[in-house]
Ligand binder design. Structure first.
Ligand SMILES: Cc1cc2nc3c(=O)[nH]c(=O)nc-3n(C[C@H](O)[C@H](O)[C@H](O)COP(=O)(O)OP(=O)(O)OC[C@H]3O[C@@H](n4cnc5c(N)ncnc54)[C@H](O)[C@@H]3O)c2cc1C
Length: 409
């Protein structure tokens, strides 16, 4: 067992690492170093209930302040780890201090991908990753204001749903030919685009951004088609980049994320990495992946804590994710691709259905819209490499539990 664990980054993965270390009986020193002014918090509500003003900061926190005091965690907020010194097993902090470690956990997460275009630094052009970002957006998030969202991924569409519900005039500009293009599930993209359009959101696909206009503040967004869309506010949601620079500068192997093994160990024996910043092997998928999800942050954190505690428990999870838009709870498990067979169970018109993907008969993904049972059971079926009969999947007169049970036998 190690004496001092330093955790660089204070997001979801860091918070869970601490919980799992203490629950697992780690009695050594734990130091949490985070550059944001907040204790580890949940980001998913930022583009949902926090943006809508329905949640306050204490309810975003993974654990309240007293948890860290009661579990003897040294918390350094507003502090950045600026450098690793692996040979000396120390890190350098933004305040100039040095901290020694026996094990270092990199939980540096990811940051938004920024655009560099004429006018992109005008006040009124925003990104959405932190509490601070949303607080700034909310200053101008008023009924009647014109909002242009750049990027129709999950975050862009969640923001669109909250904004149009709050009476903003919302336009979404998307470079791809459909919304949520990354999930490669065309029937779902078509359904979500229709839901948003019916709610009053204008969606412009096949359109990039040429410039942001305005003198002292944003006034409009010029699309690649040359059309200027009036805007009081723009929110750019075009993806994230893993924060690997600290690891890279210290010579750790990185490639689209910090490379870790199934125990969250990096190429340095004393350094582990967890969450959005990692590129990790997934034996159930048979390949390496870099994921951006709470589930991954939590599960890798548990794995890393077990590794530090001397119990090697390989990370093997089928990835899952969720998104809330309007009255729709979208739950996604697995990965699909355009070449796979798509099977719909239920009627999208009813706003409750499941979309399955089959790769040569094998279930690879389930996208459930207000259909939690299909989502829950598909998690197991994908891990089992199940081969459901497409006709049965379509047949809503056969309970999904029966289909799943037959396949689990
Ligand atoms: C708006 C939004 C909505 C989302 N919705 C969902 C959802 O519905 N479902 C879902 O599964 N996932 C969702 N996600 C993704 C999910 O929140 C992330 O996958 C998760 O937060 C990753 O946790 P993490 O700890 O790896 O990284 P992060 O949460 O990014 O935390 C990393 C922290 O480390 C800090 N840091 C970085 N470098 C340093 C350094 N050198 N020194 C000190 N501190 C440092 C960062 O500032 C940050 O605070 C959403 C994300 C966002 C932004």
């Amino acid at each position: 067992m190690q004496n001092t664990v330093v955790i660089a980054g204070a997001g979801h993965a860091a918070g869970q690492t601490i919980v799992s270390l203490r629950q697992g009986g780690f009695a050594g020193r734990v130091v949490l170093v985070g550059e944001e002014p907040y204790l580890p918090y949940q980001r998913p509500p930022l583009s949902k209930k926090y943006l809508a003003g329905e949640l306050d900061v204490p309810r975003l926190l993974l654990r309240q302040e007293k948890f860290y005091a009661e579990h003897a965690v040294d918390v350094l907020l507003n502090t950045r780890v600026t450098q690793m010194e692996p040979a000396a097993r120390t890190v350098v902090l933004s305040n100039g201090d040095r901290l020694g470690y026996d094990k270092l956990v990199l939980a540096t997460g990811s940051r938004v991908r920024e655009v560099s275009l004429p006018g992109s630094h005008l006040p009124g052009v925003h990104y959405l990753r932190t509490i601070g970002d949303v607080d700034r957006i909310r200053e101008h998030f008023h009924p009647g204001a014109s909002l242009v969202i750049v990027g129709a991924g999950y975050i862009g569409l969640e923001v669109a749903a909250v904004a149009v519900t709050h009476g903003l005039k919302v336009t979404v500009v998307e470079l791809a030919d459909q919304v949520m293009a990354r999930v490669e599930a065309a029937p779902l993209s078509e359904f979500m685009a229709r839901v948003h359009r019916e709610a009053g959101v204008e969606i412009r696909c096949n359109t990039g951004v040429r410039a942001f206009t305005g003198d002292t503040r944003l006034r409009g967004v010029v699309g690649s088609d040359g059309v200027e869309i009036p805007a009081d506010l723009a929110i750019v949601g075009i993806g994230i980049l893993p924060n690997v620079e600290l690891a890279e500068a210290a010579g750790l192997v990185c490639s689209n994320g910090i490379m870790v093994d199934e125990y969250c160990r990096t190429s340095d024996a004393d350094v582990l990495a967890v969450g959005d910043c990692t590129n990790h092997p997934n034996p159930l998928l048979g390949r390496r992946v870099r994921l951006e999800s709470v589930h991954n942050a939590q599960e890798q954190a548990k794995t890393a804590a077990a590794t530090i505690l001397g119990r090697l428990e390989p990370y093997a999870q089928i990835p899952w994710f969720w998104s809330d838009q309007y009255d729709l709870k979208l739950q996604i498990v697995g990965f699909s691709s355009r070449s796979e067979q798509a099977v719909i169970r239920g009627d999208p018109e009813s706003r409750s259905f499941a979309l399955f993907f089959l790769d040569e008969g094998r279930l690879t993904a389930c996208y459930a819209v207000n259909h939690p049972r299909e989502f829950m059971l598909s998690k197991k079926l994908i891990a089992l490499n199940a081969r459901p009969d497409p006709a049965l999947l379509r047949d809503t007169s056969v309970p999904f539990r029966d289909i799943a049970e037959a396949l689990e036998r």
